[in-house]
Write a protein that binds this ligand. Structure first.
Ligand SMILES: [Zn+2]
Length: 320
């Protein structure tokens, strides 16, 4: 509604009209304003939308096609953080690139949710080197060092961890928007039930497999493998952005033969050449699984991502 020069109404009429419209839409105007939320990864966008429903407007800084390890923020990312009420991240040093964004946005009142809080962490390679683990209890200095090393950050690929992360996000949303607490709590319960049925359904399918050994592209999968019962025998890359040495590749080829590894897990965010070379050398099959939603068709949500990844992996391990 405009009160321009062409408006024939007297000032008092205009005021009455304005008051009338305010009385008609006193809450409506406000409720339509969605809570601006910025998240670092697309998986956090899905979690936030599952809980926040129509009350949130979520922007993910990286897309499913970018690597979570090597992202460079854009100027538009600072603007998004500047106008956000809530910022959701994994933590554990994964998004080193987000700290400067938060600093540059200069928003001391910004509510930050670290979804990894309270998640039981896996140290990289801890699962494969059982002897190292035993040494830890003897070698106190080593144990001290381990405690101060952050764990593997790919926590979200275990639905049990996803439940913890969703609870943190729910708390964050209630904090910035207490008016919709009941809705957020209801959405959280519904989503956690969906996660639980997904997990038990897929676990049953995996348990039928005779050989669950895999080699992965980068160490994104230890939480996922532990939850569903896959066995990671080795990683092609120990750090994203580096190339594996010829010795490491030679060792992997020998290990795959010895441990009867028939499947290599490649990722759409990383260079596919090395997994393909390894497959040619060993006769193993390559499957493309994504740690992030949206990179592979049919994986727009977290639940679809976990389902698609698991069904793809099961087919490959069955030799289909
Ligand atoms: Zn990663």
């Amino acid at each position: 509604m405009r009160f321009g020069r062409r408006d024939k109404k007297s000032p008092s009429q205009a005021v009455l009209l304005l008051l009338g419209s305010l009385l008609l839409f006193p809450i409506g105007l406000h409720a339509e304003e969605k809570i601006p939320v910025v998240v670092t990864l697309p998986v956090l966008k899905d979690f936030t939308e599952q809980v926040g429903g129509p009350y949130v407007e979520v922007k993910s800084l990286i897309t499913g096609l970018e690597s979570e390890h090597t992202y460079t923020p854009k100027p538009s990312d600072i603007l998004a953080v500047k106008r956000a009420d809530l910022l959701v991240k994994i933590g554990l040093g994964l998004e080193i690139w987000v700290n400067s964004l938060i600093k540059n946005a200069d928003r001391p009142d910004l509510k930050i949710v670290t979804t990894s809080d309270g998640v039981g962490l896996i140290r990289d390679h801890a699962e494969r080197n059982d002897h190292d683990r035993r040494d830890e209890t003897i070698d106190r200095q080593h144990a001290f060092k381990e405690q101060h090393t952050m764990g593997n950050p790919h926590i979200w690929l275990d639905p049990e961890n996803a439940k913890i992360m969703v609870r943190h996000i729910t708390e964050g949303l209630i904090d910035v928007d207490p008016a919709h607490k009941a809705e957020y709590m209801r959405n959280q319960s519904r989503y956690i039930m969906e996660l639980e049925s997904l997990e038990s359904e897929l676990k049953k399918q995996v348990s039928q497999l005779a050989n669950r050994n895999i080699v992965t592209h980068h160490p994104a999968w230890p939480y996922y493998a532990r939850r569903f019962g896959f066995v990671i025998k080795g990683d092609i890359l120990t750090q994203v952005g580096t190339e594996p040495s010829a010795k490491h590749m030679g060792d992997l080829i020998k290990l795959m033969e010895r441990e009867k590894v028939k499947v290599i897990v490649s990722e759409p965010q990383l260079n596919p050449k090395i997994p393909q070379t390894l497959a040619e050398e060993t006769g193993a099959a390559v499957v493309v699984l994504s740690p992030l939603p949206g990179a592979v068709p049919g994986t727009e949500t977290y639940i679809d991502l976990i389902r698609t990844n698991t069904e793809t992996l099961i087919r490959a391990l069955e030799g289909r």
